[in-house]
Each structure stands twice: as structure tokens, then as C-alpha cells.
Design a protein around this ligand. Structure first.
Ligand code: PSV
Ligand code: MN
Length: 403
């Protein structure tokens, strides 16, 4: 690490009134859960390109997640998707994860890949199908118990393709009662995260399309239900950070699925296309974290940060490492916003100065800070480079060709 570069950076930030030890502490506390499905082959509806050596089962995916955590120190949990990650013995899987130095994170029920769900799952007009979907969610709660996970993370693909195909109000009521059955079976320390998405796979209407409805269901269910914000699930131009701040203030923000997109729900690496959006999202969160230091109650510490990405042409594991580094970098920048300066200008109606005070932090090069933090943690200062270096060394020693 360039010691001088960090000392200079540290001094400059202290001069701006930033408490750098506090910043590093908050940065070290940022943990990002990685998705098992991000380590396997995935594709578009046109093709799935196979990557040599990628894991195909939960064990292999956990092993990759462990490599990511060893290099970044920031990814201690892996989310599972059921039945994609089904195994015969979940206790054995939990122990395997522990041996690998990681834990199992959110359990994601899959309510979209069974033929029975063609016209809906929790909202299906046939009670039998609704009950099967509820039963699947209950079995996910059992799995969560077995692997010591505290979160069930639901994304509902239900919707219709044509007007008249379904009764909106009935489907709403069925969804409410289905969710109540699931919610009633949660242990007292478990949470139900409710994700929304305004399109796909249905073309006309989606039963859980936006944060407002997810919030309403979560509110009606109770304080163990929260909203999950997947950054790729909004109409273009949506102000995601505003949604985040609203949910934070209502203490209903449960977690994130980070990814990035240009057009639709592209599941690209977070921070690759629109880093400013993630920075502004973290600005809202870090605002509450700082307030909380002053004693205000919030759920900002309980947010589960997850990646939800599909790597169809990217090399999987390094794409995940890169995503984690992007999230850390953007969070770090948000912590460097001088809140007093922003408040000063806000309160005087100084629009331009307030905007500069926020954007100025985004424009800082936080590389010296990130390197210093990783050095303190005994990690490689650049985990991406470290991975590529090791990977190439292994490939060469096996006599294979380099990527
Ligand atoms: C749906 O697009 C989603 O964002 C949900 O979180 C799913 O569980 C995940 O992607 C994987 O398909
Ligand atoms: Mn998602």
C-alpha cells in the first residue's frame, strides 16, 4: 500500500471534519451476502454459455463463496435458492459452510419454475396450487431452521398476461392470506423479506409490482416482515434512493438485491453502469447510520445487503469479487459526505452548494482508504487482482491456458 497516499488522504478528510476511524469502522461492518446462483452458469433466453469448472451444486457454490470471503473479508454469508440448491442433508451443508468459514444466508423459495404455477402460485385461483406454494414456503422455513438462517426472501413472479385473465382483488386477497399462513410459521427471530418487481415474467400485470404494495403487505403482516429492494426492478428513472429513505424512516427496509442494469432487469455487476445511483442510496443509509450514533432508533444496522446477479458472459467468481469492491467503494464515498455542510446549505436554501457537498464526496478517490482498511484486516489490498493472480497461477500449474 502507498502509505504516503493514505496519510495525505486521511489528513485531507480530517481537515474536512470527517472522523476517519469511524468511517473505517463502518466500512468494516459492511457485510454483503452473495447469491449461490451467481456462481453457476446462467444466461439469457437465447443461450447459456458454459464456463469451464463452475460449480453445479450447493457445495461447490459455497466453496466459491468462501474464496470470495477469504479475499474480501466482506462476504460471510451465501443465499440459497430452493430447489436450485436442494441437498439431501441441510445440516451437513451448514457444517460444510462453517468449515469453509461462511454461513448460510437468506433462503429464497422458488415459486416460478413449476408447471403448476403457470397462472400463479400464492395468487392462483385454484386453492390446491396456492396451498402447494405455501407448503413450499413452509419447507423453506424448515430449511432456514436447519441451516440457522434468519431470513426467508420472497420474490413472487405471479401476474397475468391479459386483461380479464385474473381478478385483481381476489388475487390480492389470496396473496394476503397465503402470506399470513407463511408469516405465522416464522420463528420469532426470523424475517420475511418481500421483494417487488414491476414486470417479468408476466406482461400485463404483476401481483407484487412496486415498493408501495410490498410495504403494505409487510405492514399488514407485522414487524417480522420487511421490504426488499432489488435495484434492477424499477421503471427507468425511478428514484430508488427516495424509496430507500422512505422505507428506512418507516423501519421497513429489510434488505437489498444489488445489481445494475442499463435497460431491464439485466443483473449486471452492481456499480458497473450507474454507480451514482448506488452512492446516493448509500447516502440515505449512511445518514441514518450517523443519526443512529446519536441515539436514534433505526433498522439501518439490520439491512441485509445481498447481491443478486446473473453472470452470463462474465467469469463468475471474479465478477462477484468486483461487485463487492464496487459496493465498498460507493459506501465509503457516502460516508465521506460532510453532513453538517449539507445541512448548513439545506437550511439556507443553497441548492447549488448542497448538491456540490454531496457530489464532492462521490468524486473523491477512496482507493487509499480502502487499501488501508484491507491492510488493517490482513487482506489483499486489491482482492480482484489477488484472485486473478492466484487463478492464473493455478491454471498455469495445471498446464491450462490463461483466460
Ligand atoms: C427476480 O428477477 C429475482 O430478482 C429474484 O430475486 C429471484 O429470486 C432472483 O432474481 C433469481 O432469479
Ligand atoms: Mn432479486
Amino acid at each position: 500500500m502507498d502509505e504516503q497516499a493514505y496519510q495525505l488522504f486521511d489528513q485531507q478528510q480530517k481537515n474536512r471534519g470527517i472522523n476517519m476511524e469511524d468511517v473505517k469502522e463502518k466500512l468494516k461492518n459492511l457485510k454483503i451476502e452473495t447469491p449461490s446462483w451467481g456462481y453457476g452458469d446462467s444466461g439469457t433466453r437465447f443461450n447459456v454459455f458454459h464456463e469451464e469448472g463452475v460449480p453445479t451444486d450447493a457445495y461447490g457454490k459455497i466453496a466459491e463463496a468462501s474464496r470470495v470471503h477469504q479475499l474480501t473479508g466482506a462476504a460471510p454469508a451465501v443465499a440459497l435458492h430452493i430447489p436450485w440448491d436442494q441437498v439431501d442433508n441441510f445440516t451437513a451443508l451448514k457444517h460444510y459452510a462453517q468449515d469453509q468459514g461462511v454461513t448460510i444466508g437468506a433462503i429464497n423459495p422458488n415459486l416460478f419454475q413449476d408447471d403448476d404455477y403457470k397462472l400463479g402460485s400464492l395468487t392462483h385461483h385454484d386453492e390446491k396450487v396456492r396451498n402447494n406454494a405455501v407448503t413450499h414456503m413452509l419447507s423453506c422455513i424448515d430449511i432456514a431452521r436447519e441451516v440457522d438462517s434468519k431470513a426467508i426472501s420472497l420474490w413472487l413472479a405471479d401476474g397475468t398476461n391479459y386483461p380479464g385473465q385474473g381478478d385483481f382483488r381476489k388475487r390480492k386477497q389470496w396473496l394476503q392470506s397465503s402470506l399470513e399462513k407463511v408469516y405465522g410459521e416464522l420463528d420469532s427471530d426470523m424475517r420475511l423479506l418481500i421483494e417487488y418487481k414491476f414486470f417479468e415474467p408476466a406482461f400485463y400485470h404483476t401481483d407484487l409490482p412496486d415498493w408501495g404494495m410490498a410495504y403494505d403487505y409487510a405492514n399488514k403482516l407485522g414487524n417480522q416482515a420487511d421490504v426488499l429492494v432489488d435495484t434492477g426492478h424499477h421503471p427507468q428513472g425511478t428514484n430508488i434512493e427516495h424509496i430507500v429513505s422512505y422505507l428506512l424512516d418507516e423501519k421497513k427496509l429489510g434488505g437489498f438485491h444489488f445489481n445494475n442494469r442499463k435497460y431491464a432487469d439485466d443483473d449486471l455487476m452492481v456499480g458497473a453502469i450507474n454507480p451514482y445511483e448506488i452512492f446516493l442510496t448509500f447516502y440515505q443509509i449512511s445518514d441514518v447510520l450517523y443519526e443512529n450514533d446519536l441515539g436514534k432508533r433505526s433498522k439501518a444496522e439490520d439491512i441485509i445487503y445481498m447481491l443478486d446477479q446473473a453472470h452470463n458472459i462474465e467469469a463468475k467468481t471474479p465478477a462477484i469479487i468486483q461487485s463487492i469492491l464496487n459496493v465498498q467503494r460507493l459506501f465509503a464515498k457516502s460516508l465521506l459526505i460532510n453532513r453538517e455542510e449539507v445541512a448548513y446549505h439545506q437550511n439556507r436554501g443553497n441548492v447549488l452548494q448542497a448538491e456540490r457537498a454531496v457530489r464532492g464526496a462521490f468524486e473523491l478517490d477512496v482507493t487509499p482508504l480502502l487499501h488501508a482498511m484491507r491492510e488493517e484486516q490482513g487482506l489483499p489490498v486489491d482482492p480482484f487482482e489477488a484472485y486473478m493472480h492466484r487463478h492464473e497461477a493455478v491454471t498455469e500449474s495445471k498446464g491450462g491456458s490463461k483466460r
